[in-house]
Design a protein around this ligand. Structure first.
Ligand code: AMP
Length: 188
């Protein structure tokens, strides 16, 4: 099963992905985590993306697509994957479908985790306070930029999957267990 978890920063995508990994024996692919690994390793790619990520802007579609293409053809993705934080632009969504088609694969379901903006701000500011060293991009200064980028660049992705009738929305303002339950009722 190949899934996309969709939602603004702080919606709980990472948490829900981890629960689904065990349930379906699939892997989580977080482009944000992959980019942070590149920065940590000191690679050229890491150096190139660091300041863009710190501003809360998006990395180019070309860089992201080549990372994703390599990742989803890895052996551990054979059973399926959950995409977390990708696709983030309309172009990424269209390119993903082309890549998957060539591999004889497809996206089965897209789950949107809906969160009210006030709650989102509270969560992400809390995360910033808790993990200052690991998530430089989470401070409240750039939060507004990240939310704007989400609205301008990423919301059209939602429409793409809505038209393909693959989009399901769950209420992300419930406790974690209830959100998981709602997601499972869509998938099972
Ligand atoms: P995340 O951990 O998913 O919130 O991603 C952190 C940051 O990594 C984002 O603010 C972007 O700068 C970058 N990033 C992650 N995924 C993507 C993507 N699919 N397209 C472009 N930039 C991305």
């Amino acid at each position: 099963m190949n899934l996309i978890l969709f939602g603004p920063p702080g919606a709980g995508k990472g948490t829900q992905a981890k629960l689904l990994i065990d349930k379906f024996s699939i892997v989580q692919i977080s482009t944000g985590d992959m980019l942070r690994e590149e920065i940590k390793s000191g690679s050229d790619l890491g150096d190139a993306v660091k300041s863009i990520m710190e501003r809360g802007d998006l990395i180019s579609d070309e860089i992201i697509m080549s990372m994703i293409e390599k990742r989803i053809t890895s052996e551990d993705c054979k059973n399926g994957f959950i995409l977390d934080g990708f696709p983030r632009t309309y172009k990424q969504a269209v390119n993903l479908d082309l890549v998957l088609k060539n591999l004889n694969l497809k996206i089965d379901n897209v789950i949107e985790i809906n969160v009210n903006e006030d709650l989102l701000l509270k969560r992400i500011i809390k995360r910033a306070a808790e993990s200052k060293t690991t998530r430089d991009d989470d401070n409240s200064k750039i939060l507004k930029n990240r939310i704007n980028v989400y609205k301008n660049e990423t919301l059209p992705v939602l429409e793409y999957y809505r038209e393909l009738k693959k989009l399901h929305s769950v209420n992300g303002m419930q406790d974690i267990e209830k959100v998981s339950k709602d997601i499972l009722s869509i998938l099972c």
